[in-house]
Design a protein around this ligand. Structure first.
Ligand SMILES: NC(=O)c1ccc[n+]([C@@H]2O[C@H](COP(=O)([O-])OP(=O)(O)OC[C@H]3O[C@@H](n4cnc5c(N)ncnc54)[C@H](O)[C@@H]3O)[C@@H](O)[C@H]2O)c1
Length: 254
């Protein structure tokens, strides 16, 4: 496979950083976007070949953010093949505790930005090479307590994925989603440590002897972008250690 160029949002840490590292292992050239400049620098410094990575510090909700990332990819690498819409915010609340400002923020970061990055990248993708992955969540598939705006944004990403697969499949462009289960990153770490109810909801019923790692999602994203998935489109790849398809309850202890 000839060398590809990817834009990865939310690249500074967690799943985004692991994705940058995984794609760099494959020789992919990357525009790594995030609002957190120091962590972005760390992401590049700790990857296998920092020369393959260009950094763009931006809030993805800013009006010019998608065009700025696209311009960097074109200037630095002469094209774009893949978009990984990964940046997101979590730890939402139920409807009756969510005000309009919070609702808008979840939709803006998790959904609207993904749509706007996708729209900016589309004109540059080539048939048979172009691919996108939206990072959704198991909360976008199953109803879980206390996460209304987050779950709504992540479910909408799955609709966007299927719709785009229909619209751009005829142009040879594939669009897929990953739906991570509970993955040990900064986003889940505080909640896992401090919120016993959250642990009971997502960690304890995972029927695998460990929680997910950012690398597990990065591997799925690599697969969906790569030619190994050349006939996979409109698909949601759930990576959750079996959480969403089992009714696992940990054994009782005496
Ligand atoms: N960790 C989990 O358990 C889990 C589960 C399901 C889905 N996800 C999804 O995976 C994605 C990555 O999550 P993570 O666990 O790595 O989280 P994380 O908080 O460790 O990383 C998210 C990154 O996105 C960046 N970001 C957030 N808002 C931004 C903005 N407005 N502009 C630019 N950058 C911004 C942050 O700076 C951060 O570097 C998210 O979309 C999240 O919803 C995570």
């Amino acid at each position: 496979m000839s060398t590809r160029v990817a834009i990865v949002t939310g690249a500074a840490q967690g799943i985004g950083r692991a994705t940058v590292h995984r794609l760099v292992q494959e020789g992919v050239r990357i525009v790594a976007s995030d609002v957190n400049e120091p962590n972005l620098q760390e992401c590049r410094a700790s990857c296998a070949d920092p020369t393959l990575v260009r950094l763009i510090t931006q809030d993805i909700t800013n009006a010019t953010a998608p065009a700025d990332a696209v311009r960097m990819a074109l200037d630095a690498f002469g094209g774009i093949d893949w978009l990984v819409n990964n940046a997101g915010i979590g730890n939402a609340k139920p409807v009756h505790e969510t005000d309009d400002m919070e609702w808008d923020r979840y939709l803006d970061v998790n959904l609207r930005s993904a749509f706007r990055f996708a729209r900016a990248v589309l004109p540059h993708l080539q048939a048979g090479r172009g691919a996108m992955v939206h990072v959704s969540s198991i909360f976008g598939i199953l109803g879980n307590p206390r996460s209304a705006p987050y779950a709504a944004s992540k479910a909408a990403l799955l609709g966007l994925t299927r719709q785009m697969a229909a619209d751009y499949g005829p142009r040879g462009i594939r669009v897929n989603a990953v739906a991570p289960g509970v993955i040990e990153t900064a986003l889940s770490e505080v909640r896992l440590r401090t919120d016993a109810y959250y642990r009971k909801l997502v960690a304890d019923p995972t029927p695998f002897p460990r929680l997910g790692k950012a690398q597990d999602i990065a591997n799925a994203i690599w697969f969906l972008c790569s030619d190994q998935a050349s006939f996979v489109s409109g698909h949601t790849l759930v990576v959750d250690g079996g959480w969403s398809v089992t009714n696992y309850v940990p054994p009782m202890t005496e």
